[in-house]
Each structure stands twice: as structure tokens, then as C-alpha cells.
Design a protein around this ligand. Structure first.
Ligand SMILES: Cc1cc2nc3c(=O)[nH]c(=O)nc-3n(C[C@H](O)[C@H](O)[C@H](O)COP(=O)(O)O)c2cc1C
Ligand code: SF4
Length: 516
């Protein structure tokens, strides 16, 4: 029987040489007369182990981390997998980094051939939509409400409330929009899911369509994700060919169509109303709310707009029932969250866990310390608008409420690590500069305020009139918080204030001082 060898085909693995490794394994197999079948799977999210080669054995899939093309002929001895190899990790599922996770949304990632619908179904795919097809729209929404599922894109708004608003809207045309813009620093979960398990997203969109009475969906994907675009477009084409999409979902349901649209790459186009403008072919500028997109969204019609992970989670909610999903997590942060470990960290990658574990335990158990080997000093959670957390706050449970209680936010689950060489004043300036660069320009506090903010922080960094500039910065932050039209301007003060609160020494000690 042919031995299956899995080599990830996702952006991260390929950037680390996975294509060359796949080629080398094919050549080696031929030369040695081995009967190998190479499967290009998605990534399991262990970026620190890529390229992660897995060989199927009777005991399970045996993994080899960081394989180089010139090493492939040592992975086998006499045609058998070389368990004594330096890079051998044993069976991947029993490796502590994977075994300690609780994967729901990412349980197929890296396991299946991403574009094989048969593989998808064999591993539990389509169970959600099949059940949804037996329920009324109200029952589907009730299940999502019971699950407590909240938007994974950043704002954590309850999906059930959003879906119900669109369901109850009387308009005959409604839309489902998937926000796959993924602009936050240190985040890659949306890309990883699309490249590893694209049918899950399509299934989630179909379920949302059934729930609210929408027959058309759009995925708004960032142009910086060329491979994800290719994979998703191919998945859409195959879903049409298999009758999952098109005139009757799975041959029995109503019509559902999906189109993939590519954004040109502006952070603000991840904000839902700017995204809708962009989808309509206009410049990505924020719309004033109300009306909410759920009432008047794409082309003025009621629209569900959800993040990739929210829609993906909906498939499991429907498959297993809302109560099962709600049983995981902490308080109102139900279910699981894919945390993305990035920055100065040894074992960077995606870790899916129920909400509630402390940030420190995730750093210790999965992160493996800083990549530089120096002590970690600051962790930014929640993208460029998230707070920088000092060590005494790392015990905070990773959950929406506990994070907001310490003046932080979880956002899309990005965790970016900095060691003790970081200059936090530079990070504060960066936060303002990022806002100035990405501002859509519609309102003054954000457009002008962020530029002035950069100047004030620069003066603080030069130790010019520190006390006056500090006061000015506080007032500016307050103006941006209360006067901005959207969360870009409104949340930029969060990272800045976190530096002022927890790392004040970096902004205020005399030049040449030791900082905090
Ligand atoms: C400046 C800005 C950028 C955003 N970028 C994204 C993004 O890249 N992806 C995303 O899903 N949500 C993003 N959001 C949140 C969206 O506005 C919106 O809350 C989300 O798409 C709703 O889906 P959800 O409820 O499933 O999270 C952003 C918000 C702001 C203010
Ligand atoms: S806060 Fe900034 S990004 Fe948001 S509407 Fe105002 S100018 Fe545009």
C-alpha cells in the first residue's frame, strides 16, 4: 500500500521551503522505488515547525519538524520511517504542543487535503449545513444565540443578535459578507483557515444564508493573501461543481452563491462599513452608523457581516448544537479562540483553546520563551489597537470581559511578544503613526489627532517639556476616544495609554536613563 506523506502547502510553510521539500521527497521516493503518495495539506499552525513533514504509519502520522530539502533521504531507513531521526517528533497528535490544545474550528487544519470535499466530509464537514437544512431560519438563529458565539473579528458582538436582526428584516434581498481582510498585526488565523480548510468557511456562509434568508455571499479577502485567494476560488468552483453552492444547496436547499472579492490592502477596509463601501466599488471610507449593516448594508440591503472565524465556528455550533459550544469557555466568552503567537517568541503559531486560560500559561506552555532568549517585557494582544501588557498583567484570563477589565482587548486573538530590549516609547509613537497612516480621513480627531499625536510623542521622546507634552497627550487621547467616528481613531489611544500607564519610564526618564 502506498505511504502517504503530508507536506503543508500554506503560505508560511511554502515561505520556509515546503515546495522544495515536497519536490525532494518525490525525487527520493522515485529513486528508492518507494510507493509514496504526496498530499499537500494545509498547515496545522505550528509555524515554528514548518516545513512540518508527516508520514502516515499504522501508529498515526509521524512528524518531522523544520525539514530541509537535503535531509529528506534521512527520513526513511530501508523504506521505513526513521523514528530515530533528530527532527522526528513522534506522532503529531501526541506531541505536547498539539495535544494540549482543544481544536474545534481548526481540527481539520493540516489534517486534510484542503480542496478535497470528500476529505472534508469524512472529517465531519457538512454536518452543520445538513442539520441546518432540517431547521427553520428561526431555529438556526436560536442555536447560534444559545451557543453565545461572539464575533471573532474584534468587536465580539453576539452573532445571534446580528443574525436575528437580518432574519427579521423584511427586505427580499439580503447578503452574507465574510470579512477576511485580516489586517491586525500578528494575526494569520483567517488565512490559515482558508488555506487549510476552505469549505468550512463556505459551509458557515451557507448556514448564515439559511438563517437569514440570504441567497448570496461575498468574501472580502486581502490582496496580500495571494495563495488564500487561489485556494478559496478553487474551493468555490469545486463547491459549485459538487452542488454545494448554486441553485439548490446540496440538491435540496434554496439557492446560495458565493463570490470572492479582493481588497487592495487598507487596514480601514476591515472596518465593516468601509469594507461594504469597498465591496460596492467605492473608496474605503467609514459610513456613519446607524443604520447598522444588519439593517442597511451592502447595496443598501440587510447584511450579515462576520469574520472568517465566526462563520467557521457556526458550522460546529450547528453540527453539535449551541449548548455544547456554550459549555466551553469562560462566562460570556463561550467556545474556543485561535490565539496567534507572534513577534519575539520561539514557538510562534496558532493555538486553539477555550477562553479562560491565562495569557502567561499560553506563553509558557506554547510559546517557549522569547526567540532572542532574553526575558519578555511587553505583550500586545489584539492587534495594533490593543494594549501593551506588562508582566504583572499576564495572569489575566484570555476572555473578553477579563481583558476589558484591565483596560485591554482580545480583538482577533493576535499575541505579539517583545523582549526587554523594546523601547515602549517607540511603540507608543508607532501606534499613533499607524493610525495616521491608515486613517480613512473622514473625521478630524483621527485624521489630524493621530498626526499631532505622533509629534507630541516625538517631543516626549526628545524629553522636551515632558510634563506639558504628557498632559497634551492625555487630552488628545481623550479627544480621539470620544470624538472619533469609528474604532480606528477611538481605540488608538488604548496602546498609547497602556504605555503611559505601564511603561511610563520609557517616555519620561531622562535620556540615557534605564527606563522602567
Ligand atoms: C479599523 C478596523 C479594522 C478592522 N479590521 C477587521 C478585519 O480585518 N477583520 C474582521 O473580521 N474584522 C475587522 N474589524 C471589525 C469589523 O468592523 C466588524 O466588527 C467585524 O467584521 C464583524 O464580524 P464579527 O462580528 O464576526 O467579528 C475591524 C474594525 C476596525 C474598526
Ligand atoms: S476614526 Fe479615523 S478611520 Fe474612523 S472614520 Fe474617523 S477618520 Fe476614518
Amino acid at each position: 500500500m502506498s505511504t502517504r506523506v503530508f507536506i503543508p502547502n500554506d503560505t508560511a510553510a511554502r515561505s520556509m521551503g515546503a515546495d522544495d521539500v515536497a519536490h525532494a521527497i518525490a525525487v527520493y521516493g522515485e529513486r528508492m522505488g518507494l510507493d509514496l503518495t504526496i498530499v499537500r495539506n494545509g498547515s496545522r499552525g505550528a509555524a515554528w515547525l514548518e516545513p512540518l513533514v508527516e508520514v502516515e504509519t499504522t501508529a498515526g502520522r509521524v512528524g518531522f519538524g523544520n525539514v530541509m530539502p537535503n535531509e529528506v533521504d534521512t527520513l526513511f531507513v530501508h523504506g521505513q520511517v526513521n523514528l530515530a531521526h533528530d527532527r522526528c517528533l513522534g506522532t503529531v497528535e501526541s506531541h505536547p504542543w498539539f495535544a494540549a490544545q482543544q481544536r474545534i474550528t481548526f481540527r481539520r487544519a493540516g489534517v486534510i487535503d484542503p480542496l478535497s470535499l470528500a476529505d472534508y466530509e469524512q472529517h465531519g464537514g457538512l454536518a452543520g449545513v445538513r442539520r441546518a437544512l432540517t431547521l427553520s431560519a428561526a431555529e438556526i438563529v436560536a442555536d447560534i444565540t444559545t451557543s453565545g458565539l461572539r464575533g471573532r473579528g474584534g468587536a465580539a458582538f453576539p452573532a445571534g443578535i446580528k443574525w436575528n436582526t437580518v432574519r427579521q428584516a423584511t427586505d427580499t434581498t439580503k447578503y452574507i459578507v465574510c470579512n477576511a481582510d485580516e489586517g491586525d498585526s500578528g494575526t494569520f488565523a483567517d488565512r490559515l483557515l482558508i488555506e487549510a480548510d476552505p469549505y468550512q468557511l463556505l459551509e458557515g456562509m451557507i448556514i448564515a444564508g439559511l438563517a437569514v434568508g440570504a441567497e448570496r455571499g461575498y468574501v472580502y479577502l486581502r490582496s496580500e493573501y495571494p495563495w488564500a485567494i487561489t485556494v478559496l476560488r478553487e474551493a468555490v468552483a469545486r463547491a459549485y461543481a459538487a452542488g454545494l453552492l448554486g441553485t439548490h444547496v446540496l440538491g435540496i436547499g434554496p439557492r446560495f452563491d458565493v463570490e470572492v472579492r479582493v481588497g487592495a490592502g487598507a487596514y480601514i477596509c476591515g472596518e465593516e462599513t468601509a469594507l461594504l463601501e469597498s465591496l460596492e466599488g467605492k473608496r474605503g471610507v467609514v459610513r456613519a452608523k446607524p443604520p447598522l449593516p444588519a439593517m442597511r448594508g451592502l447595496f443598501g440591503r440587510p447584511t450579515v457581516i462576520n469574520n472568517v472565524l465566526t462563520l467557521a465556528a457556526a458550522t460546529d455550533v450547528l453540527a453539535a448544537g449551541g449548548a455544547r459550544y456554550a459549555a466551553l469557555g469562560l462566562d460570556r466568552s463561550t467556545g474556543t479562540m485561535p490565539f496567534q503567537l507572534a513577534g519575539n517568541i520561539r514557538c510562534g503559531g496558532l493555538v486553539e483553546l477555550p477562553f479562560g486560560r491565562s495569557l502567561r500559561s499560553v506563553l509558557d506552555e506554547f510559546g517557549g520563551g522569547s526567540l532572542s532568549g532574553r526575558p519578555l517585557r511587553a505583550i500586545q494582544v489584539g492587534g495594533p489597537l490593543g494594549a501593551y501588557l506588562p508582566e504583572h498583567l499576564w495572569e489575566t484570563p484570555l476572555a473578553y470581559e477579563s481583558f476589558s477589565a484591565v483596560g485591554a482587548m482580545l480583538g482577533h486573538g493576535g499575541i505579539v511578544c517583545f523582549d526587554d530590549t523594546v523601547d515602549m516609547a517607540e511603540q507608543a509613537e508607532f501606534a499613533m503613526a499607524f493610525c495616521a497612516h491608515e486613517s480613512c480621513g473622514k473625521c478630524t480627531p483621527c485624521r489630524i489627532g493621530s498626526t499631532r499625536g505622533v509629534e507630541v510623542i516625538q517631543r516626549l521622546r526628545r524629553r522636551e517639556e515632558s510634563r506639558r507634552q504628557w498632559q497634551l497627550l492625555e487630552e488628545l487621547c481623550e479627544t480621539m476616544e470620544f470624538g472619533s467616528l469609528c474604532a480606528l481613531g477611538g481605540l488608538t489611544p488604548l496602546p498609547v495609554r497602556s504605555v503611559m500607564t505601564h511603561f511610563a519610564g520609557d517616555l519620561l526618564t531622562p535620556v540615557g536613563g534605564t527606563g522602567q
